[in-house]
Design a protein around this ligand. Structure first.
Ligand SMILES: Cc1cc2nc3c(=O)[nH]c(=O)nc-3n(C[C@H](O)[C@H](O)[C@H](O)COP(=O)(O)O)c2cc1C
Ligand code: SF4
Length: 346
């Protein structure tokens, strides 16, 4: 876990990744960065984490997924984001930070959003809407590069727009963007290609995707494996495997709840690095998975509780103190652990 590893041309100092974690502290009226945002990243930046993936950023106003989400939808967002990349890079020369780009689709706060909704208020996206979103991701990627991020991650997991297209449960379209898996995956692939066309072949681009929609119906692991292999063939630099109900409560014996799907997907992606997220808590389990098939281990809630967890692991700690109670998530507050016995051990 403590050996360096590569994602494209990026050299990570170790195999730990901070999975994207929405901060809920941006200015709500315009998605700009606040002082609270700075202090969150100042803390993380001291933690010797191989790669920090910032919380999801909305690529267009219509795609804002929740209140106090930060944006990368306008050039005016670049200045604030640049402050974050600068402070992370200045804290430790080995630090790396990625921007996660997202469109909330049916989960957007804006009622104007056209998306394949599951409920009665279905607003079907027009061809023009789809092209606009692809263009939104393309422009956002350019802004991310300008703001100094070391990599980009496309958010195609959980319930957001790109995943809504992947799953036949939510994508009921009968045109060339729905139906067969090739059609349903075309949106994600087009976003990837549009981003690649502007950032160049050397700039690391990652995707976070559900390995499958299990336990919900929809996207299967066979489909997940195919989409992952298509992305690998297109030159994607790494894939992070997540799934539905991404923030589960973890019993010690049920760590790494997406490892069964990730294990299958790994067989279809050649040399492309695989990042596993979801319920990883003990160093022994991480090491075991690393030896078996996982290239990088990604965590979210453990770094809320202990931003310096990697250093603690280095000094002999065996397990994160995070008990996955989700109090921080429900309160939309990740500035500190909200579990009542939240003192942390070394
Ligand atoms: C407070 C909070 C915010 C999150 N925000 C994001 C996000 O912005 N993007 C994303 O892809 N996943 C997000 N997630 C999901 C995590 O990245 C991760 O996939 C999930 O929590 C499982 O990992 P863990 O068991 O290490 O927490 C969030 C989870 C939590 C608890
Ligand atoms: S409140 Fe604390 S213990 Fe509970 S999930 Fe969040 S970080 Fe973990």
């Amino acid at each position: 876990m403590f050996n360096p590893g590569n994602i494209g041309l990026l050299k990570l100092q170790n195999r730990f990744i901070r999975s994207a974690t929405a901060e809920f502290v941006a200015n709500d009226y315009d998605g700009t960065i606040t002082k609270e945002y700075h202090s969150l990243y100042s803390n993380l930046a001291l933690g010797e984490i191989g790669l920090i993936i910032q919380g999801h950023l909305y690529v267009m106003d219509e795609g804002k997924a929740h209140k106090h989400m930060a944006g990368i939808a306008h050039d005016t967002h670049i200045t604030g984001l640049k402050q974050i990349t600068k402070l992370v890079h200045e804290a430790d020369t080995e630090n790396l930070i990625a921007a996660q780009l997202n469109h909330g689709g049916a989960y957007s706060v804006s009622t104007k959003t056209a998306s394949p909704r599951e409920d009665e208020e279905i607003i079907v996206m027009s061809e023009e809407d789809i092209e606009n979103v692809i263009e939104g991701f393309r422009k956002a990627a350019l802004r991310a590069k300008k703001a100094g991020y070391d990599a980009i991650q496309i958010h195609s997991a959980h319930g957001y727009l790109l995943r809504q297209f992947l799953s036949n449960k939510t994508n009921k379209r009968t045109d060339s963007w729905g139906g067969s898996l090739e059609n349903r995956a075309q949106f994600l692939l087009s976003v990837y290609q549009a981003i690649r066309s502007v950032v160049g072949s050397n700039y690391p681009v990652l995707v976070k995707m559900n390995g499958s929609d299990d336990p919900s119906e929809g996207f299967t692991v066979e489909e997940g494996s195919k989409v992952a292999s298509w992305l690998a063939n297109e030159g994607l630099d790494a894939i992070e495997i997540s799934g539905m109900r991404s923030t589960r409560t973890v019993k010690p014996e049920k760590e790494a709840y997406f490892s069964p799907t990730a294990r299958i997907i790994k067989q279809h992606i050649g040399d492309m690095p695989l990042i596993l997220v979801g319920g990883l808590r003990s160093l022994a389990q991480m090491q075991e998975l690393r030896e078996e098939f996982v290239d990088f281990i990604s965590m979210c809630r453990p770094f809320i509780r202990e931003p310096n967890l990697v250093q603690k692991f280095k000094s002999g700690k065996k397990r994160s103190d995070c008990i996955s109670c989700n109090k921080c998530y429900k309160a939309r507050n990740i500035s500190k652990c909200l579990e009542k016995n939240s003192s942390t051990s070394d």
